[in-house]
Design a protein around this ligand. Structure first.
Ligand SMILES: C[S@@+](CC[C@H](N)C(=O)[O-])C[C@H]1O[C@@H](n2cnc3c(N)ncnc32)[C@H](O)[C@@H]1O
Length: 390
């Protein structure tokens, strides 16, 4: 059996149990040849991005509801149909026989005849999708959320953007531009942000999405200022702020993730930003890049769209409001605070800012809010609000 299909199946099974596809792929394909690792990644992300379409096709070709099938058999059918209908250059006989082998390896031998028969029926004829959620392979409630903010066309544009593999970007600190040119990195309209034109990102530069870099620039740090990065790990935006020569404190609740900042010239602090902050002094610049639902990153983390529930947003929002109030209290007079999320949801963005500012001192004011929207702007979906204190 091809190591790529075996790895993809194992990863999809673990994702179904709550794991994250990109982390699992990294560890499970380490030992594989480049080509196999590439195919495993294509199968995992394809099956997750197009899951609603694939489940509709399972029903169409098998006559059974995908939801009622055994979990492992469902994953094998999703992978098989994805290869047969969405990829070119993979011979159908290899897909069918390897899918049957996967069924046996998963100890679901009794399903092998059904899997064989269903996959033999699959063709490439266009299929009418039953509704927009299936066509866009997106939960209806998220489409509704986006439609309220961006209109029906905007929501469809976002969902379509999330069906494509995301582009890769790196951060090129000032003075290293010639290295970037030698590596054929392409400059973008975000200063210091370069698009990766080859398959793999070059070593020696931090890989950081263009939207994340655009948000980092809003901090406008200046040499010698004090800077607090409240949710810092893995440290991309701390490193970006340090380019200007600020004195940085990088804080995070997660000690393991804070360890990823060892190469960054910042004081590290393990803290829970929902609790009153432990600092005596106030800060000239603060970034609160808050933990969120991550719905702006569904292109790179497609499993999130099938996992997140509408009720989750309230929990994120309550934590974000507490963090933002604490951040505002730590802002020095004349200071500048950026609140950001990689969520597209109003509840985690504008609503949080409005609620936290409602009881802020009167010298604190909202300067601007920006939103980067997939399908309109390159990169992940991101929100940022700039808050200043006089
Ligand atoms: C969106 S990520 C930050 C990404 C980072 N700013 C960057 O650009 O590399 C959010 C971070 O918040 C941290 N976090 C979650 N809950 C927290 C809390 N209560 N207090 C402090 N940090 C928290 C997570 O561990 C995670 O590292």
């Amino acid at each position: 059996m091809s190591p790529a299909r075996r790895a993809a199946f194992d990863v999809l099974r673990l994702v179904d149990g709550g794991g994250y596809a990109s982390d699992l792929l990294r560890s499970r394909t380490e030992e594989l040849a480049k080509r196999d690792a590439g195919l495993a990644s294509e199968l995992v992300f394809g099956a997750l991005r197009f899951q609603a379409q694939l489940d509709h096709l399972i029903e169409r070709f098998s006559g059974r509801s995908a939801a009622k099938l055994d979990r492992e058999v469902r994953i094998i059918l999703r992978m098989g149909i994805y290869q047969l209908r969405y990829l070119t250059r993979i011979p159908a006989h290899a897909v069918v026989s390897e899918s049957v082998d996967l069924v046996k390896r998963a100890h679901k031998r009794s399903a092998s005849t059904m899997v064989n028969a269903v996959l033999r029926k699959v063709d490439k004829r266009p299929v009418p999708w039953p509704d927009r959620a299936t066509e866009l392979s997106q939960p209806e409630w998220l489409l509704e959320n986006w439609t309220r903010q961006f209109g029906a066309e905007g929501a469809a544009g976002i969902a379509r953007a999330f069906l494509k593999p995301p582009e890769k970007y790196v951060r090129v600190p000032p003075g290293r531009e010639s290295e970037a040119e030698q590596l054929a990195l392409e400059p973008t309209d975000v200063p210091g942000c370069y698009r990766v034109t080859r398959r793999a990102a070059p070593r020696g530069f931090r890989q950081q999405d263009i939207s994340s870099q655009a948000v980092g620039l809003l901090v406008e740090p200046e040499a010698g200022q004090s800077f607090l990065d409240l949710c810092a790990a893995p440290g991309n935006k701390t490193a970006q702020a340090l380019e200007s020569g600020v004195r940085a404190v990088a804080a995070d609740i997660n000690l393991d993730r804070l360890g990823e900042l060892q190469d960054v010239d910042a004081a590290l602090a393990a803290l829970d930003a929902t609790q009153p902050l432990p600092f005596q002094a106030r800060f000239d610049r603060i970034l609160l890049d808050a933990p969120c639902s991550g719905t702006g990153t569904l292109g790179r983390n497609p499993e999130i769209k099938w996992r997140i529930q509408p009720s989750d947003l309230a929990g994120h929002q309550a934590r974000q409001i507490r963090m933002l109030r604490n951040a505002i209290a730590a802002l020095a007079p004349g200071g500048r605070l950026v609140y950001s999320t990689c969520s597209l949801e109003y509840e985690e963005n504008q609503a949080v800012v409005e609620e936290a500012l409602a009881d802020a001192p009167e010298e604190v004011r909202l300067e601007l809010m920006i939103q980067r929207v997939p399908g309109v702007d390159p990169g992940d979906g991101f929100f940022a609000a700039v808050i200043t204190s006089n």
